[in-house]
Design a protein around this ligand. Sequence first.
Ligand code: C2E
Ligand code: MG
Ligand code: MG
Ligand code: MG
Length: 278
Amino acid sequence: YAKRAGGDTHRYFSVQMTEAALRRLNLENHLRRAIERDELELHYQPQLDTHTRTFSGLEALLRWKNNELGSVSPAEFIPLAEETGLIISIGEWVLRRACEQVQVWLDRGIPLTRIAVNVSAVQFLHRGFPGLVRKILNETGLRPEILELELTESALISDVEYVMDVLTELKQIGVQLAIDDFGTGYSSLSRLKNFPIDRLKVDQMFVRNLELNPNDGAITSAIIAMAGNMNMKVTAEGVESKFQMDFLRNIFCDEVQGYLLCKPLPAKQLEEFLNSQS
Ligand code: C2E
Ligand code: MG
Ligand code: MG
Ligand code: MG
């Protein structure tokens, strides 16, 4: 009897495995064609400057909608794109699209000071990444200081000399560098201290519990104090409540971003939102 139960468990387990593997394969096949089929789109989420109380920066966030699969979350398809190498072409598409769009807005007189673009570790470590950034800025005419690259700690933990070379080259081009999801990765401060980073983005995980857990407030304050002393700015992401907003303003967080202010919007709606604010 025990043996039969064991057998059933095993069969159930392998059916689940097969389903996951099939979903993955199916996603991969569709993702491979997503660019040529025009299924990718960027949404933009504004960032509020707490000092001037104006929206200045935007973060570009990738969306994928496929006829068969519907909308697939970046949390699902970005890791897949990284594993399959598709992130190289997708990441290039994102960078070009974001720079093009923001240059169009600037040409129309919309006062934006920054577009933040997420860069995967695979993309960052791919040879020729700084060259690609240079090329896209040239093609689109966007001034380098408008572009901010959001890197993850995982991009910065590999070969320290190579990482430093890439960061230095990016700073020579003139773009801004941010560390995304700060405080949740595995990089050490002793390593990060030498990198030419302009901004830290405090992870949502800390912001979420500001009401409930005093330690999260302590961590966020400490990040802001450290960043200030190191000449870096801080953006808090995932701000959903008035309490969180007031808390962050009181501890002099430079910028806030979250559903409380505005969710990520398609280009046209974002433009309407910005117009309605001014
Ligand atoms: P991220 O870069 O940390 O982006 C912040 C995520 O939080 C976004 O999720 C955004 O929609 C969401 N968010 C914004 N405000 C709030 C809020 O108030 N509450 C909550 N709960 N969430 C909020 P999204 O768009 O699903 O993206 C998830 C992750 O996927 C991103 O995290 C980023 O790591 C990755 N990603 C998205 N677009 C790209 C891209 O173009 N390239 C790369 N490499 N990664 C991307
Ligand atoms: Mg980001
Ligand atoms: Mg983040
Ligand atoms: Mg994140």
